[in-house]
Write a protein that binds this ligand. Structure first.
Ligand code: PHE
Length: 389
């Protein structure tokens, strides 16, 4: 429909340019041609479409495109179609600034949705701030992200909350007190969560009995895991990304480490289940949502997502879907796509009914939302607890 509108507009322009006096009849009642408003609203989707953490980007982009498609079916935003322009960060913080500049300067996006990985959101934020283009990260949880400027928002919880949730669940629910810590030291998300765990766990009567680290893309973790084994922990804190989780836990089992591992949202991917197999049974992680949640809003979303993509939506997909809808709602309220006004409307987001719950953006441009604790059981994720902020 929108494509058709645009084609008409171009045809009309061509007729005018050719000096013809007659405009095709169909255009007479196409207001967009008269008002020149048929141009779509271009929204940037900044994602790791390729590279190490490509499931983050792929899932998020799907969520955003589903939201845009649904919006277009309802008449678009401000009566205009939504066009999603995706830029690939290639899972690299170094490549992110160029990707976001492409969105801003070449595609003239009105806002940027993304990134997922905190390190890449941190790399993208300065360009958005400078251009006064609101950036809304659906999933970056590191506290630093939104501190980078007044145009930088997130619609998920922060690691200060997530880290405390992991520590409390471990100490109070699992009643495990000796924890080893294994951190991805080149990942802002992982080092950020580590800091919170180190600060919080001892307050709950816990003790960190070993501290080890690795780097993204490492493939052997035996040295670190041997040190961890010797410290005899009851549990291992593993605040990393899914790309290494399965491998690490499998190698741990080979070395005879039988205790559970627990991590954060970075575990969320099919890859953890598929590659982890029996090794990750009995492990836990905190997350933004649970696809098996009986809540009708969640189930209706899962159904629509599955219909379109033939797969289960993971946390990134639903977070990005919510973020896109929050942005559309802000444009509606701002009645313009002008950066500063849109920024204000986003900041005023209150009780937005998202699939992941009611979303309010606080003074610090962060959302306050509950977290869930998932347990891996019989090759599936099971929700064991919901933690309110
Ligand atoms: N919270 C992670 C980060 O900040 C990204 C992430 C979000 C990963 C949701 C998985 C699910 O880097």
């Amino acid at each position: 429909m929108w494509e058709f509108g645009r084609t008409l507009k171009m045809a009309a322009a061509a007729v005018i340019l050719a000096g013809a006096w007659m405009i095709p009849a169909a255009s007479a009642d196409d207001k967009s041609i008269v008002l020149g408003k048929a141009d779509p609203i271009v929204v940037g989707s900044l994602q790791s479409m390729t590279g190490g953490t490509s499931t983050f980007g792929q899932s998020s982009d799907k969520g955003i495109r589903l939201a845009a498609e649904e919006r277009d079916k309802k008449g678009g935003v401000l009566g205009r179609a939504v066009e999603i322009s995706t830029a690939d960060t290639e899972s690299s913080a170094d490549k992110t600034p160029l990707a976001v500049l492409k969105l801003i300067e070449q595609d003239h996006v009105v806002a940027v949705l993304g990134e997922v990985a905190s390190a890449r959101s941190i790399a993208a934020a300065p360009s958005c701030q400078k251009a006064r283009i609101p950036m809304l990260s659906p999933a970056s949880t590191n506290p630093k992200v939104t501190k980078l400027g007044s145009y930088i928002f997130r619609s998920c919880f922060v690691d200060d909350f997530q880290g405390v949730a992991i520590a409390k669940f471990t100490a109070n629910d699992l009643k495990l007190k000796r924890a080893a810590l294994l951190t991805d030291i080149r990942n802002d998300y992982s080092t950020g969560l580590t800091k919170v765990l180190e600060g919080e766990f001892p307050k709950l009567g816990g003790e960190i009995v070993a501290r080890e680290s690795y780097q993204q893309d490492d493939t052997s973790f035996k040295t670190q895991l041997t040190n961890i084994k010797n410290a005899k922990p009851d549990i291992v804190f593993l605040p990393g990304y899914y790309t290494e989780i399965a491998l690490i836990v499998k190698q741990a089992r080979e070395l005879g480490i039988t205790c559970p591992f627990i991590g954060g949202d970075g575990w969320d991917s099919d890859v953890t289940l598929k590659n982890g197999g029996a090794a990750v049974e009995g492990c836990y992680f905190t997350n933004h949502y649970y696809s098996g949640d009986p809540d009708p809003t969640v189930q209706a979303f899962v159904k629509r997502f599955k219909e379109k993509y033939k797969e289960e939506p993971d946390a990134m997909a639903v977070l990005a879907y919510d973020a896109a809808n929050i942005l559309f709602d802000a444009i509606d309220r701002a009645k313009t796509t002008d950066g500063p006004k849109l920024r204000e409307a986003l900041a005023e987001t209150k009780d937005f009914p998202g699939v992941t719950g009611k979303i309010t953006i606080g003074k610090d441009r962060n959302a306050v939302k509950p977290a869930v604790v998932l347990e891996i059981k019989n090759g599936k994720y099971n929700m064991v607890k919901r933690i309110e902020p």
